[in-house]
Structures are given as C-alpha cells and as structure tokens.
Design a binder for this molecule. Structure first.
Ligand code: FUB
Ligand code: ZN
Length: 630
C-alpha cells in the first residue's frame, strides 16, 4: 500500500511533560472540553439530535451545521480519553452517541436540520431551501457532507479510544449511503465545504475499505468540472469553494480559507495513499503561494472577513485580518501532511509558527474563551462580523473555532515525533517522550526543554539494545536567520545564530540538510543529544508589497511573535515605536498568562513592553499591534 513516506508518532504513544504545553493540555481536558459540551447542550445543539429522532418536538436550533460542533468535541474528547482515562467522560460519550444514533435515518442519512424540518413540513420555506428541501439538493451551501465528515473523524477517534464500534457503525452506515449516492456512475457533485475527504480517508484507514478512499478522491476530482458547475450555473463565485478549477490545476489559494486548506489536507492524504503525482505538484504550488504571499507572520491565513477568504497576493491587512482560528488549525493539519510527504523541516517551521501564534491566540489561558478572528492589530473596538471582537468570547452562534481547538490540543502529541523507515525525526520541542520501534528495536525517547523560552533541547535515547539509526533534529528556520521559508518576511539581521549540537556532551559539526541536523550512529542506552539554539530577539520586516507593513517591524524571539498592548504602554499603542537602535531586553514575568518572557526597550523617555502575541487580550479590552513603526 502507498502511504506517506514518513509516519507521525501518534499522540497516544507520546507523553507530554512540558512546562509550556502540559498546563494547556490539562486546561483543554478539564475546562475546554467540558465547557464545549456544556455550551452544545445549552444551545440545543445536542437536543437537535433528539428532535431528529422524534423524541423532542422542538424546532431545529441554530445553524444548519451545528451537528458538526458536537462531532468535533466528541473527537477532542476521544483524544483526551486516550491519554487520560475518564470513566465519566466515557459514559457521557456513550449516551451522546446513542442520541446521535437515534437521529440517523434508517438508510444512514444523518443531518438534523433537514430531518427535523422535513418532519415538520418545512414551515420556513426559505430556510428549508437553504438547508435543502430534498436531500443533497443544496450541497454547495448546506454542509450536509461537511457535517458527516466531522462525524467520520470523531467516530474513528472514538473507536480508537474505546474499541467500541457504536459511533463507527453510525459513521460507516452514513458513509455507505454517501458512496451509493455519489460517484462516477452515480451523482456528480461536490460538497460546498470540504472536510468529508479527510473523514473518508480516516474511515479507509480504520476499515481498509477502498471505497472510502475512492470516494474521497472522487469528491476532490469532481471540483472544477464543467458538468456540475452547470448544475450550479447561478452560483456566482465557484472560487469561494475552490470549485473554479480541477484541483490539479489550482495554483493560487483562493476563496474561503478553511475550506481551501481542509481540501489541501485531504488532497495530501489522497496523494499519499494513491501516489498521485499531479496532486502533489498542485499542493507544492499552492503551498508556495500561501507561504510566499498569503501568510500572516502569526501563521494565520485568510485575510478577508468577506467570505472568510484568502486575499490577493500580499493582501495582509492587520486590524481587519480574519485569520480564523479554524484556518490556523487547518494550516497545522496541512503543513504536517506536507512534511509527511516531503520530509522537509520548512513545513514544520510554518506549522510551529502557526501553532504558537495564530492558533494559540484563539484560546484564552482559562480555556473557556475564544477568538474567532485573530487580527494583528486592534483598537479595542468590536470589529464587524462573527465574533471578531476586541477580546475573546465564550461562544459564538457559529462556534466552529471553540470546537476545533479541542481536536488539535487533544492530539498535539502527534506533531512532535515522526519516523521514516529507521530514521527518527524530532520536529517540535516539547518535553516528554515516546517509545518508537526503529529497525525492530524499541527505542525510548525522552525530551527535556524550556522551549519556547529558551532554545536548549535535550533528547535522551534508550534503545532496548545497541542499534544504528539516524536521528534528525529539526533546526528551525528562525535559528538559521530565516523568518519564513519564502521572501514574505525576513529578519533585519538575518545572520544565522549559534546552533550547537552535542552528542553525549561532545560538540558535533552541524550540517543542516532540509531543515534537520542528522546524526547517524550506533545508539546505546542513555545516549543524549543536545540542540542548543541561541534565541536572540529578531526584528522582522515584510516583503515590500505588503503595503500595511511598510516602515514597520515586528519582534520575534524563538518561535514566538510579539505584540504590544495598550495596558503595558500607557493605554495606546498608536504612538509606540521601535527605534532601529533600541536595545531590547527580555524580562521574565511569571504572573502573566502562565508566565511569559516580555520584551522591553526604551522609546525616547518611555519604556515599552511587548508580550507574546498569543497572550494578548488577557487583561481587559484594549489596543494591540504586532507591526510597529520604526
Ligand atoms: O462553515 C463552517 C465553518 O464556519 C467554517 O469552516 C468557518 O469558516 C465558519 O464559517
Ligand atoms: Zn472557526
């Protein structure tokens, strides 16, 4: 079977014991997951399943894709169960899955909005048309297939966590229906919001049934085909849902960012499993376009509120940046897959940038408030559209972001290590460890670090017996003087800084190839490798075509992007400047958002302070800016 040439080490085989991430993962488990479920209950997202089942007489509550939120939290909860046994949560999921199963129509169809309204005779005609008067009749809009894509992911996660087939059987019954209805010899159409492609691949992986893989590829290949565009002749902007061209002809990231990047992730999965070179070539072009022209410094993507969409090349406004939390998550999913395809550290550089900045900003330290959009500047005023607020909100009517964060945090361990044949990759610097089988020998791996606050990482290897393999430790682009793997941003002082690699205390000459320092040797119990990265504060400038950032610099240290907030700077940030010659001093503050390293400098007579971008908006509503005039 074809597959990714590199395999991630799954989070359920990885321990996270890390001063930065462990508290966040614990908050995810103890606060975010319960709060998400509670809000799904309060907003009747869960009651919708009872209504579809006919055991509650109420009308469908909320948006037509509210089912997906429940599925996403179940997925996150299932990850949590794999790393932290919790009988109460397990029982809660059992009961919830039974309610979901009761909402499924006899042939496998599951979409509460239609099931409920159909039974009620579609009293609101306009709404019914939007949701689809008949099944699959408004696929470009109604999220019928998006919802179940999330269900497939959740069902696989639940099966893997518990060994119970309850949810998986519901998902498979639905997927079998989808496979009957859509296909080369059946209906030609595409879902308006991608996601089912990723879900189908997960069903394929867990069952080995190739129909699901073929179905994922069918949906992808169906995009941009003239025959089904005629079906939607009135749909004005096929680019919004990446239906303007066949996927293999796409080379610019356009339209709704989450849809686009879920699609790219699905394409990568299908390419890995089928060996489709045209898919990979398209992904490479799309990645160059995003990373070269459409990526915020924070790793956020999707510049425009209108259509939640990618902007034109270099259209990267700061205050009105959309940079949806879900899009940051999608960027993590996609870049992980690009790494698994190509094995280059530049993809993990983008992943890491997104994770520590544009994704993490989406969640409050308490785990119960969320940003939907993640702007790079704010004047403390409410921005139009959705929850683009000057501060985080407990929930949104469209709550895709709060329910997405639990999926990524719950599976964070999957991004730390990977293996290719006998080689071991260390991608993220997170304390903890794993055991991995390399060339038939179990190798214990333990990592210690205070990343992102310092750049020292020690990895101890404990093979069960002496064994030869190659350890590939990622050397981040930032350590080599490269802000991003493109010319979109660069450091004012781009000199590579000190990168030292020690094996059992002996300094090695480091040659970084494809983003990794590789050490091949016969490893024995207790061997250790230390990567020592200098973490100077770096000034970043944008490509000249990013109009808003002209004459401005941003600050980074290690993987973190910094920002200034009014609360630290006399209330307003408009007059904060960063003189080119100002010396910047890092100062540890243990009280702010779990402890952060602040950056301070003298701006005339005033002392200025910057904090990590992810930590902003924890001290009331106020101004914020990432890009500062010099
Ligand atoms: O449409 C479902 C989700 O809601 C999208 O992924 C988000 O962008 C938000 O529109
Ligand atoms: Zn979202």
């Amino acid at each position: 079977m074809n597959d990714y040439p590199i395999q991630p080490i799954s989070f359920n085989r990885v321990t996270v014991d890390d001063s930065f991430w462990s508290p966040r993962l614990e908050t995810n488990r103890t606060a975010t997951i319960p709060v998400d479920f509670q809000r799904c209950e309060e907003t009747e997202r869960i009651l919708n399943f009872d209504r579809a089942a006919g055991v509650d007489a109420g009308d469908h509550a909320g948006i037509f894709f509210n089912d997906s939120d429940v599925f996403k939290v179940i997925e996150g909860a299932a990850y949590s169960l794999q790393t932290h046994a919790d009988p109460e949560l397990d029982a809660y999921l059992d009961a919830l899955i039974a309610r979901i199963g009761a909402a499924q129509e006899p042939d496998g169809y599951l979409y509460t909005a239609r099931t409920i309204r159909e039974r009620q005779g579609h009293t609101d005609r306009l709404q019914a048309e939007r949701e689809g008067l008949t099944r699959w009749s408004n696929l470009r809009v109604n999220h019928e297939l998006y919802n179940v894509g999330h269900m497939y992911e959740a069902a696989v996660a639940h099966y893997e966590a518990t060994g119970k087939r309850t949810f998986l059987d519901i998902a498979l019954k639905n997927a079998d229906l989808v496979c009957q209805v859509f296909g080369p010899d059946a209906r030609h159409d595409v879902p308006g919001h991608q996601e089912i492609e990723i879900g189908l691949v997960r069903l394929y992986r867990v069952t080995g049934d190739e129909r699901y893989l073929r179905q994922a590829k069918f949906f992808l290949d169906q995009r941009g085909q003239a025959d089904d565009r005629e079906l939607y002749a009135n749909f004005e902007n096929p680019g919004y849902m990446q239906d303007h061209l066949p996927v293999v002809e796409q080379d610019e990231a356009v339209g709704h960012a989450v849809r686009a990047v879920y699609m790219y992730a699905g394409m990568a999965d299908v390419a890995a499993l089928t060996g489709d070179a045209a898919y990979i070539a398209a992904l490479d072009r799309l990645w160059e376009n995003v990373v070269g022209r459409k990526l915020y410094l924070t790793g956020g993507i999707g510049a425009r509120h209108h259509g939640e969409a990618f902007g034109d090349d270099y259209e990267l406004p700061n205050a009105s940046a959309y940079a949806e939390t879900c899009a940051a998550l999608a960027n993590v999913l996609w870049n992980q897959r690009m790494f698994l395809l190509h094995g280059h550290g530049k993809y993990i550089d983008v992943l890491e940038r997104t994770l520590y900045n544009g994704f993490l900003s989406g969640i409050s330290q308490g785990g119960d408030e969320f940003f939907y959009a993640n702007p790079l500047a704010s004047d403390g005023e409410w921005f139009f559209n959705y929850g683009t607020a000057a501060t985080r909100s407990p929930w949104f009517s469209c709550s895709c972001c709060p329910t997405n964060v639990v999926r990524l945090l719950g599976s964070l361990g999957s991004y730390i290590y990977a293996q290719r044949n006998g080689d071991l990759y260390v991608n993220l610097f997170v304390g903890g460890g794993t055991t991995v089988n390399l060339n038939g020998v179990d190798v214990g791996v333990t990592q210690w670090t205070h990343y992102p606050w310092d750049g020292n990482v020690t990895v101890q290897l404990d093979p069960a017996e002496e064994t030869e393999f190659t350890l590939r430790v990622r050397v981040p682009g930032w350590a080599l003087g490269q802000a991003v793997p493109s010319d979109l941003y660069h450091y004012v002082d781009a000199r590579p800084d000190v990168v030292a690699l020690l094996v059992n205390g002996d300094l090695l000459d480091v040659e970084v190839v494809d983003g990794y320092a590789a050490v091949t040797r016969t490893w024995k119990h207790g061997d250790s490798v230390t990567l020592a990265l200098a973490t100077p504060v770096r000034r970043v400038v944008s490509h000249a075509a990013v109009a808003e950032n002209a004459g401005r610099v941003a600050l980074e240290r290690g993987p973190l992007v910094y920002c200034v907030e009014g609360v630290d700077n006399g209330g307003l940030v408009a007059d904060v400047t960063l003189p080119a010659d100002a010396a910047i001093t890092p100062v540890w503050n243990g009280d702010l958002v779990g402890g952060v390293l602040k950056l301070t400098w003298q701006d005339g007579d005033v002392q200025r302070t910057a904090i990590p971008y992810y930590a902003w908006s924890h001290r009331g509503v106020g101004d914020m800016a990432v890009w500062l005039p010099t």
